[in-house]
Structure formats: structure tokens, C-alpha cells
Design a binder for this molecule. Structure first.
Ligand SMILES: [Zn+2]
Length: 288
């Protein structure tokens, strides 16, 4: 599944290739890709023909296109396997092509998704926290640590108010978005905190450290993944290879901690595996 830095790579790639271009036609090649557009694929295509992409924005792992700088937007989620490809019109269709955007000139934009958990839909823009206009279905999604307008102190206060386990709130998209299981474990390892720490006992300093660590590890992944572009046929899924090389905790069970040499442990949390160092990240005495 694409993580937040990969989605930001996709956003930047889309901004380079589709911003300011006018859509001449949209072909929905598979109805499941527009299942969240309740009026159906025909309406989806009709609503976008003739409109110009005036913004490519992101909140957490959701992307959207502003069209005509207006009152609605095209919301996209990559799901497990979604990709955005920029391709010349005469190129043979990709195997799992789901939606094809044709512009009044230049290459097409293809939404390709093997497993079809992702998709696109058109929604009105509504005001969200902070006053930004965002597509209605994601109005509850908080800003992520890579967002230039991310408010660190407000996010720390939001964490401490929750009265739950630290890792659970790191994964709560209404408090901080974009932190998945991998980045939560990496941020907790860097901040030397166990995921079961009760949030109401966390100091502000610890809260700032764990969110700062999340931003650092995401920025490092973005730097590693930001070079995977090709002008002709762009896979803006941005698979960076970062995870193969740079993880300190996630997936490292039984390997020595890079800080202290103690074997990394694997525990179960929220039906998934959590990875941490038993020495650097001791279990809290008090838990929920
Ligand atoms: Zn350690």
C-alpha cells in the first residue's frame, strides 16, 4: 500500500503533468473505480469534460484535483495498488486501466489499479478545520506531519486529550493523518517510546518528539522517492525502495536495534504487528 511520502510523490508528479490542462473526455473503463461516485460513471465523465485542473492537493493519503477553481473537486485514493500514469494516447492500454483522462492536448492520464480498492469521485468542497476547502468525504481528516500548515502544538494537545494508547492515536486519522503502521513504529523507535504509553501521561516534549520523528522519517522517504520520474511514461506511484534500506524497527524482528544492539521485538497491536526495541522502548507500567 502506498505510504504518505509515496502519495506526496504522486501529488508532485500530477502537479507537474496535469495542472492547468483542460480535460476533453473521461472514459471509465471499470465501474468499481468510480463506485464512490454514487451518480455513476456516466455522470462522473460528464461532470469533468471541458473542465480545467486548477489544483492538485492532498490531505493524508487522499489526493484531489480542483477543477475550474470552483466548488467541487475530483477526489482520488490509491487504495492498495492504485497508480497514476502519464501516457501518450497511442500507447497500448495498461492491463488494469480503470479511468482514462484525455486532455485537449498532450499525453493522457491513466488511473491504473490492479486490486481496485482505490478510486475516484466528484464531490463538493466544504470548509474543514483551519478553514481550508476540502472534498466533503474527507472533511474529518486531520492535516499530516508533512503538510506545511501542520500545527505541531495543536496535534500534541489532540494526542494528550485522547486518553488512549499512543500508537492508537498516531493511527487515528482525525487527530493526525497519514501515519500508518510502518511510520508509527519508526517514529516511536526514534522517540524511544512504547506504543502502549497512555497519551494523557505523555509530556508535551515527548509528544513533539514522536511527531517530529514521524515527519523526519517521512521526509527521508520522500527524498529517497522523489527521483522516480520519467517524462514520457510516468509512474507517479513513486515506489521509492526506501523501506528496503532504511527501517529501524518495522519488520526488523530479532535483528539488533541499531542504537543498543538488543533484538527488536514483535508484538500484536490492533490486529497488526508492532515492532520496537525492548531496551530503548520499555513497556509502560501503567496501560489502558
Ligand atoms: Zn534499542
Amino acid at each position: 500500500m502506498p505510504e504518505l511520502p509515496e502519495v506526496e510523490v504522486v501529488r508532485r508528479g500530477l502537479a507537474d503533468h496535469v495542472l492547468g490542462r483542460t480535460i476533453s473526455a473521461v472514459a471509465v473503463e471499470h465501474p468499481r473505480a468510480v463506485r464512490r461516485h454514487v451518480e455513476g460513471g456516466g455522470d462522473f465523465a460528464a461532470r469533468l469534460a471541458g473542465r480545467t485542473i486548477t489544483g492538485v492537493r492532498r490531505r493524508g493519503k487522499y489526493l484531489w484535483f480542483d477543477v475550474d477553481g470552483g466548488t467541487d473537486a475530483v477526489l482520488a485514493h490509491l487504495g492498495m495498488s492504485g497508480q497514476m500514469l502519464v501516457a501518450e494516447a497511442d500507447r497500448p492500454a495498461a492491463k488494469h486501466l480503470r479511468i482514462r483522462f484525455t486532455f485537449d492536448d498532450g499525453p493522457q492520464l491513466w488511473f491504473v489499479d490492479q486490486r481496485t480498492f482505490g478510486g475516484m469521485s466528484v464531490h463538493p468542497l466544504v470548509p474543514a478545520a483551519g478553514g481550508d476547502l476540502v472534498p466533503a468525504p474527507i472533511a474529518h481528516i486531520a492535516r499530516d506531519p508533512m503538510d506545511p500548515a501542520f500545527d505541531l502544538d495543536a496535534a500534541v494537545a489532540g494526542i494528550r486529550r485522547k486518553r488512549t494508547e499512543l500508537k492508537r492515536v498516531l493511527l487515528d486519522q482525525t487527530v493526525i493523518s497519514g501515519i500508518g503502521n510502518i511510520y508509527a513504529d519508526e517514529a516511536l523507535w526514534r522517540a524511544r517510546l512504547h506504543g502502549l504509553r497512555p497519551t494523557e501521561l505523555l509530556t508535551r516534549k515527548q509528544g513533539r518528539e514522536v511527531l517530529g520523528a514521524a515527519a523526519e522519517v517521512m521526509d527521508a522517504a520522500l527524498a529517497a522517492g522523489g527521483t522516480s520520474f520519467d517524462a514520457l511514461y510516468v509512474n507517479v506511484n513513486g515506489a521509492s525502495g526506501y523501506f528496503d534500506r532504511s527501517l529501524d524497527a518495522y519488520g526488523q524482528a530479532d535483528r539488533p536495534c541499531r542504537r543498543c544492539g538488543t533484538p527488536i521485538r514483535r508484538e500484536s497491536f490492533m490486529n497488526r504487528s508492532s515492532f520496537s526495541c525492548p531496551r530503548c522502548q520499555p513497556r509502560p507500567r501503567t496501560t489502558h
